[in-house]
Design a protein around this ligand. Structure first.
Ligand code: ADP
Ligand code: MG
Length: 326
């Protein structure tokens, strides 16, 4: 198949046809109409085979994940995703692989009414770059920089499963088949918190999506907002699979340092707390309060109401020996 036929065959067959796309795939540029009283948020994320996903990852999961990581960034801004472009580098043209990749990518796009409007196709080691755009009411986007001392710290969903799955795939630990399947689904098919992000627009003072682990991404909010925060370790939401397969201190390490969860981390003032909790329960999103913002400019952690220290190698030493199951 020639490059042009390939593009036409695989990338123009999407069911979403948005009214604000004046010109889609096929010309030198796409043309979208600008919307009055709306801001446009723009993000780009690249996935390189063997770096951002294991080489054994199925093409459908790669397509899903490439879109999901970008929509997750759009969600963290409180925006509604609208358009994406796809720059894909392929080692060769494999019809079955491309069909599955597109099925994974388009399933998520179709669900959120996001249209693929252009891209680039090249030959080389497998790598996928997506640029996504989204809309927010003028001046209403969320950012990392609005957190204030006294605000409450929340996360959506459960943390650490994707990192647990990755360690299982790498053979660094062994978990039960059924539990492994559950966490692998989280690694391969992360669900971007698109509706939760939009619901948070009215309530959150700052937000970020957790792609690099809770500690790292909370660090970004702290730096951007010029504040510090305390995390209550016993409050961190963990999945059944995590609880059943890991000791508490290992589970907490996965949650603190593991990446790829794509949950939202956000801060809410005392005044907005009830409104936010109501809005998010309407959006059907599980949320957990995991701590509070303070003026310290550092991240601290507590367990059983006592402060515990974080060191570079994590938490394996904070748990007293008598309490471990090892
Ligand atoms: P040009 O040489 O002008 O950059 P291309 O031949 O690269 O044009 O692309 C032709 C059309 O196909 C353009 O509209 C481009 O946006 C689109 N396109 C190319 N690759 C992809 C892709 N992977 N996904 C979506 N659209 C693509
Ligand atoms: Mg081109």
């Amino acid at each position: 198949m020639k490059e042009f036929e390939l593009i036409k065959h695989f990338f123009t067959e999407q069911s979403v046809k948005r009214k604000d796309v004046l010109l889609g795939i096929g010309d030198d540029c796409a043309v979208v109409s600008s919307t009055e009283n709306q801001d446009i948020v723009v993000t780009t994320d690249t996935l390189v085979a063997g770096v951002h996903f294991p080489l054994t990852t199925l093409p459908k999961a790669i397509g899903h994940k490439a879109v999901a990581v970008n929509l997750s960034d759009i969600a963290a801004m409180g925006a509604k995703p609208s358009w994406i472009s796809l720059a894909i580098t392929l080692p060769d043209v494999n019809d079955d692989w491309l069909s599955e990749f597109c099925a994974g990518a388009f399933e998520l796009c179709d669900y959120y009414n996001v249209q693929l409007i252009g891209g680039d196709t090249t030959q080389g080691p497998l790598s996928i770059t997506i640029t996504a755009q989204g809309l927010t009411p003028e001046g209403k986007y969320l950012s990392r920089s609005g957190a204030k001392s006294g605000d409450w710290l929340y996360v959506t969903g459960e943390l650490g499963d994707a990192a647990l799955a990755l360690q299982h795939i790498k053979g660094n630990l062994l978990i039960d088949n059924e539990l492994a399947e559950q966490v692998q689904k989280k690694l391969d098919f992360p669900k971007p918190r698109v509706l939760a992000g939009q619901a948070l627009r009215e309530y959150a003072s700052a937000a970020i999506d957790i792609s690099d682990g809770l500690l790292a991404d909370l660090g970004h909010i702290c730096q951007a907002s010029n504040i510090g925060a305390n995390i209550v370790l016993d409050a961190i939401p963990l999945s059944d699979a995590m609880n059943k397969s890991q000791l508490f201190d290992d589970a907490i390490n996965f949650a603190l340092n593991g990446g790829d969860d794509y949950e939202l981390l956000f801060t809410v003032s005392e005044d907005n707390k009830v409104g936010m909790e109501t809005a998010l329960s309407h959006a059907g999103t599980k949320i957990t309060c995991i701590g509070q913002v303070n003026t310290s400019k550092a991240i601290s952690t507590t367990l059983n109401n006592k402060s515990v220290l974080i060191n570079a190698s994590g938490f394996q030493h904070f748990y007293s020996k008598e309490n471990t199951k090892k």
